[in-house]
Ligand binder design. Structure first.
Ligand code: PLP
Length: 353
């Protein structure tokens, strides 16, 4: 806390509040953490996705494959960029996109794929990148729930052409307000994002190439994130341990997101599935335990999105997952007692099933 207050005071005294020295220092540190050369801080995770889609050269007439079970952020970003979302189904046990489903969803107009690493679990990036490469499709990673996650020792955000992060306060690395970033290995892409995040400017006030938007990260958030980044791996370990305790409690009638080998999984949300979800959630609510559904409606069924993209056939695994998933409390501040209480309530319902 003192460290964070000190960081805030330093920003207040600096007189520089948007896109300054703190932002640059955070960009350098976060790029290094992700194992890439570049990072561009932006205002939030949704705009990180939108700017990445635009920087990938996608707009009107282009299809972008993504999943429909990840809260609608990618769909909104794609639609704002003028492109059209096309939905791939998910693996029924791990709830993330597979290469096979990506290829099934691909159309002749597909120019990019947004792969969401959902609930802290990375999708099969070796297979998806290989499949996308075959068709010249740009891979964009949505890492908003996967700070520090990895696969084969390579971090989320370092597999695709660009990796998009949200630093919303509840994320594994969360600011005290809104913030986001795009990481990339590619210098021209980084330069394009840095122009797009500030109105499309090259030199100040000059728009040489394309219209951007105002999506800048402020210095307070950058300074706070810079101080918190060294704790991220430890916090991820705590989250992973909580999720493991739930999984190993042996609860009847409940199955957990299949995460495979645990290293590399960062347990952003501990998501379980049950045919009796409503009953279980009511029990948790009675015990004043916060449980939620991430997310209750598939993107293609959202009335607001459908106005823009028309009717889309429902996807079987996506529909099945949405019918039974629920998220258990899983965050570093939980006490042992908090965790035990959740397990007790789940066991009580398990016995009743
Ligand atoms: C998977 C996913 N993508 C994108 C976002 C968007 O981030 P933000 O809320 O910072 O716009 C979020 C979080 O809110 C998210 O969970």
């Amino acid at each position: 806390m003192a460290e964070l207050m000190g960081a805030c005071e330093a920003v207040v005294a600096s007189g520089q509040y948007v896109l300054g020295a703190q932002g640059e220092a955070f960009e350098v540190a976060f790029a290094a953490y992700c194992g890439v050369a570049h990072c561009a801080g932006v205002a939030n995770g949704t705009e990180a996705l939108e700017l990445a889609v635009t920087a990938a050269g996608c707009g009107a007439g282009d299809d972008i494959v993504t999943v429909a079970n990840a809260g609608g952020y990618a769909s909104a970003a794609i639609l704002h960029a003028g492109a059209t979302p096309v939905y791939a189904d998910i693996d029924p046990l791990s709830f993330v996109m597979t290469a096979e489903h990506f290829l099934q969803a691909r159309t002749a107009a597909t120019k990019a794929v947004i792969v969401t690493h959902l609930y802290g679990l990375m999708a099969d990036m070796p297979a998806i990148c290989e499949a996308a490469g075959r068709y010249g499709i740009t891979v964009i990673e949505d890492c908003a729930q996967a700070h520090g996650a990895s696969r084969d020792g390579r971090k989320a955000g370092s597999w695709g052409a660009m990796g998009c992060f949200s630093f919303y306060p509840t994320k594994n690395l969360g600011a005290l307000g809104d913030a986001g970033c795009v990481v990339t290995r590619d210098a021209p892409l980084a330069a394009r994002i840095k122009s797009l995040r500030q109105h499309g400017w090259g030199e100040k006030y000059i728009v040489p190439r394309e219209v951007g938007r105002n999506s800048r990260m402020d210095e307070l958030q950058a300074a706070l994130l810079l101080r918190m980044l060294p704790y991220l791996d430890r916090w991820n370990e705590v989250r992973r341990n909580i999720a493991r305790r739930y999984r190993e409690a042996g609860i009847t009638g409940v199955r957990f997101q299949q995460v495979g080998r645990e290293e590399g999984y960062v347990a952003h949300l501990c998501v379980a599935f049950s045919e009796r979800r409503e009953e279980i959630m009511a029990g948790l609510q009675r015990a004043q335990i916060g449980a939620a559904v991430h997310y209750p409606v598939a993107d293609y069924a959202q009335p607001g999105f459908r106005k823009r993209m028309g009717d889309v056939a429902p996807l079987p695994h996506t529909e099945q997952a949405l019918g039974g998933i629920f998220s258990l409390p899983c965050f570093p501040e939980m006490t042992d007692d908090d965790i035990e209480q959740v397990i007790r309530v789940l066991q009580h319902h398990g016995q009743a099933l």
